[in-house]
Design a protein. Structure first.
Length: 172
């Protein structure tokens, strides 16, 4: 396992849709291992493959909040089948938009279909933080960022900040 560099806003690939994984193989499992290591090192609770430069439909999540009892989850080709009408609000952040947090309203419960690392189809009904994290990471696979769920004024402000930082970094 190894950590991978994170893709940071305003990188254009963050706005692109990721390709489905045709079949789960050793390369998929190695990417998932690297993503989990990168996610834990960051530290974060979720990571999409696009955030480490891989344009493939793979996400990793661990919302356990317990270093001693980690609960890593890997979702290949996840898709949301159902969303509740009930909404919940969580303060979200993103490893690709470091040190920026904002409250986002999303469906409180969802049902997701995905493939596990053994190549088997599964479904999961989630609520709370897991439902929010799944929606956040699946959005990444479609080129959507959590800042797309906030006001245009706030989104423009944070985007401008990261564009400026990228230009300054490029000059160095």
């Amino acid at each position: 396992m190894s950590t991978r560099p994170l893709v940071i806003l305003p990188a254009p690939q963050l706005r692109l849709a990721s390709a489905p994984i045709a079949r789960v193989d050793d390369g998929t499992r190695k990417l998932a291992e690297d993503m989990l290591e990168t996610m834990y090192a960051a530290p974060g609770i979720g990571l999409a493959a696009v955030q480490v430069g891989e344009m493939t439909r793979l996400i990793t999540i661990d919302v356990s909040h317990d270093e001693a009892a980690k609960e890593p989850r890997v979702f290949v080709n996840p898709e949301i089948l159902w969303k509740s009408e009930d909404l919940s609000v969580y303060e979200e952040g993103c490893l690709s938009i470091p040190d920026y947090y904002e409250e986002v309203e999303r469906p409180a419960r969802i049902r997701v279909r995905y493939t596990n690392l053994a190549g088997e189809p599964e479904e999961l009904e989630a609520d709370g933080l897991l439902a929010t994290c799944l929606q956040h990471e699946i959005d990444h696979l479609d080129g959507v960022l959590f800042i797309d769920h906030i006001s245009k004024l706030k989104r423009d402000r944070v985007t401008k900040k990261f564009v400026k930082a990228a230009k300054e970094k490029a000059r160095i």
